[in-house]
Design a protein. Structure first.
Length: 68
């Protein structure tokens, strides 16, 4: 019974996140238009890229060495 409950919780949370992401995309597209959407993507991409490069693979190596 616990597995069924956990599965239902995860599925419903994934569906809510999917709906919220869709609504966010619609709002961004309607408000900013194609040119503004590209700028928004660039503005959000740069911090994500810097964060990924700044981690230096520590999370991946942590999983690898923990499993080893």
């Amino acid at each position: 019974m616990n597995i069924l409950r956990n599965t239902a919780i995860i599925f419903s949370s994934k569906m809510v996140l999917c709906i919220l992401n869709f609504a966010k995309s619609v709002l961004i597209n309607r408000i900013l238009g194609p040119f503004g959407k590209g700028q928004f993507a660039l503005i959000t991409l740069i911090p994500k890229l810097l964060t990924t490069l700044g981690n230096l693979g520590i999370g991946v190596s942590n999983v690898y060495y923990t499993g080893r």
